[in-house]
Design a protein around this ligand. Structure first.
Ligand SMILES: [Zn+2]
Ligand SMILES: [Zn+2]
Length: 237
């Protein structure tokens, strides 16, 4: 799955976020905070796994000055993207999203139904699900969504509300290996079954268009990839 990173400002500080459906986020912030919300959306779309990694890194950085110095902000972002090994990180671009323009109806409103939303949150509660499992669950619960990709928007809304947590299938751990001259190494761990590096298998991935690891240990439950969406139902603590 591909995602986008963005930063939102509701006062002084900018906060980094990740989205699987940016229109949902834009609507969410502007409907609540109107012109008080500042939004900066980054392109291009990146693999969910890399998005999670880049987001963690950005959260640990000193704050960005989006309003005052666009040029050096973008440069700094590109540098961090490159360090996180984001393909084409150097070509990243950013776009300010303005409330006034959004209000004029430049982007279509997403019709989100509160009853459907509540049903989805309830059905997912306490579960850890890949998208395929989620779609089976919707079917079993008799939840019929229109248009067909509306589930992306509902999942993202759940994430924004803290009713569920959108993440990726594999976690990444950074360490330095003394046997390799303390070079930075990354190892992967399955977020679903907890398996480590030994059970990871690399293959060219159709979903993110690059070499991408998945967990062999829990393969019978569906492929948990670095780029696949694995989300947890239930309120975030
Ligand atoms: Zn696993
Ligand atoms: Zn992939």
């Amino acid at each position: 799955m591909k995602v986008q990173l963005y930063a939102v400002c509701l006062g002084k500080e900018w906060e980094w976020r990740l989205t699987i459906h940016s229109q949902t986020d834009i609507q969410y912030w502007f409907e609540q905070y109107a012109a008080d919300a500042g939004l900066v959306l980054f392109e291009p779309f990146i693999s969910l796994g890399q998005g999670v990694r880049l987001l963690e890194r950005l959260k640990g950085e000193r704050s960005f000055e989006f309003e005052t110095d666009v040029g050096s902000t973008l440069q700094r972002f590109r540098l961090i993207a490159k360090e996180c090994e984001i393909p084409n990180g150097n070509d990243s671009d950013m776009k300010m999203i303005r409330y006034a323009i959004w209000r004029q109806g430049m982007s279509p409103r997403i019709p989100l139904n509160a009853t459907v939303y509540a049903k989805i949150v309830e059905a997912c509660s306490g579960r850890s699900l890949l998208i395929e499992e989620f779609q089976q669950l919707l079917e079993a619960a008799g939840i019929d969504l229109h248009p067909e990709d509306a589930w992306l928007s509902y999942l993202q809304l759940g994430h924004l509300n803290g009713d569920l947590e959108v993440g990726n299938g594999l976690g990444i751990v950074e360490r330095r290996d003394w046997r390799k001259g303390f070079r930075k190494m990354w190892t992967y761990r399955c977020k679903r079954c907890g398996s480590g590096e030994k059970r990871m298998f690399w293959s060219d991935c159709l979903h993110c268009g690059q070499a991408c690891p998945y967990c062999e240990e829990c393969l019978t439950m569906g492929r948990s990839r670095f780029c696949s969406c694995l989300f947890l139902g239930g309120r975030r603590k």
